[in-house]
Design a protein around this ligand. Structure first.
Ligand code: G
Ligand code: G
Ligand code: MN
Ligand code: NA
Length: 255
């Protein structure tokens, strides 16, 4: 209960910070995007999102918190654009609970008042978020497509969705869960799963991104099998604002 109360005050106390993990195009090594990952600095400690996101979901605080993350990410992106920085796409994690509640209006209004271009926004949703109400999801995703936003299916392969939904829903990107990248390039199961996902995605015209890339051997496997983008500690851990700004401004300086 103490932590729950602290969480409710975390935004106004300035304890929440966005970290940014870069994503790269395979082949050209060009910085193509970043994933926003929330960090909570509380009482001299760093509390993991794996602790406070479930707490926020249980208490309903995920709605104001998720809205704040979206707003802060889009505000930051718009500021970079104004400064003439070459802004990569910005991916925001969305909880299943958020996805159901008036979410379209929230996103539309945040894009309008921040001025951040919809085509640079990626929403990372999980399979469980999509599956909770299939016909509503279909409608919501179509609306997002009309707005020009990209939708990535996060943690792909770990949830319950059937392959049929990949065809049914308007998705842009599959994010291969790091559980499958982990055993590459040696584990036969991970090889089979990853190469199948890449194959299906290619045939359905979906972009692919592998998360949790930690080694050059994993990277080479993904390159050989035609994965589009990569993200992971091999390139960079999630970075605080000042470090990420250094990275994007130097990427900008490249000829
Ligand atoms: O960096 P990592 O420990 O950052 O994140 C752990 C988990 O917390 C991941 O599953 C990630 O998707 C989730 N997470 C991080 N930031 C956010 C956020 O802003 N919103 C939601 N819903 N989940 C987040
Ligand atoms: O569930 P989601 O995909 O949103 O979670 C992203 C999580 O993965 C974050 O906790 C982030 O810190 C973590 N992460 C990012 N890159 C790597 C990596 O290369 N290895 C490991 N083990 N974790 C990673
Ligand atoms: Mn994610
Ligand atoms: Na994941």
């Amino acid at each position: 209960l103490k932590l729950e109360n602290a969480l409710r005050q975390a935004i106004e106390k300035g304890e929440m910070q966005l970290y940014y993990q870069p994503q790269y195009k395979l082949g050209t090594n060009e910085l193509s995007g970043c994933e926003v990952l929330l960090r909570w600095f509380h009482g001299g400690e760093l509390i993991s999102p794996e602790v406070f996101i479930p707490l926020a979901e249980e208490t309903g605080f995920i709605l104001p918190l998720g809205k704040w993350v979206l707003e802060e990410g889009c505000r930051q992106g718009a500021e970079w654009l104004e400064e003439g920085v070459n802004v990569p796409s910005i991916a925001i994690n969305v909880s299943a609970f958020q996805f159901r509640q008036e979410f379209y209006r929230t996103v539309d209004s945040v894009l309008r008042h921040t001025g951040f271009p919809p085509d640079l926004l990626v929403l990372e949703v999980t399979e469980s978020a999509l599956m909770s109400d299939v016909s509503r999801t279909e409608f919501l995703l179509t609306q997002f497509r009309e707005l020009g936003i990209q939708i990535a299916l996060d943690d792909f392969g770990t949830g319950y969705s059937s392959l049929a939904y990949l065809k049914k829903f308007s998705l842009d990107k599959l994010k291969i869960d790091r559980a499958f990248i982990d055993g590459l390039p040696d584990d036969q199961d991970d090889i089979a799963i990853t190469s199948s996902i890449l194959d299906v995605a290619k045939h359905l015209g979906l972009e692919t991104i592998a998360e949790g890339v930690e080694t050059e051997a994993q990277l080479n496997f993904l390159k050989a099998y035609g994965c589009d983008q990569v993200q992971g500690f091999y390139f960079s851990k999630p970075l605080p604002l000042n470090e990420f700004e250094l990275l994007i401004s130097s990427a900008n300086d490249r000829p």
